[in-house]
Ligand binder design. Sequence first.
Ligand code: FES
Length: 158
Amino acid sequence: MTSDSDRLRERVRRSLDSQKRPTVTVLSSLLAAHDELGYLPEEAIEEVAAYAEASINDVWGVASFYTNFRFTPPAGRIVEVCWGPTCHLAGATDVLLRVQRELGLTGEGETADNRVTLKYNTCLGACSQAPVMSVDHHLKGRVTAETAGEAVGALMER
Ligand code: FES
């Protein structure tokens, strides 16, 4: 069974691998991980250290120098919908359209009240459970437009 921590690591590793060489540095790797997750958990620091062949202390040193990095999940709620190939084939488009409708959005971004961020993802690392979405980084697999809509509706009521 894959844990949330393993999934975070997998997402970080993918974001690191997608960087264009030869410009890969500790900083570019931290930025890639931060873009992917919206913050830098311990797992991201460790993965960047392994990837960039730097010590964890060095990576913390770079990360803490830049004030734009967050080390805790963003305060607002975050909904991610995977539209990667496997999820796409399993019906992600319907899920995405329904989630957007619930949030009053036509694409990625913040809701009008700034409480919820919608992000698209190209693979949430749980393809066997496609279509997949996540709410505040908790994965929900085999969602339908209805169950996704309910999850988002419940989030908006809180
Ligand atoms: S393609 Fe959606 S979880 Fe992998």
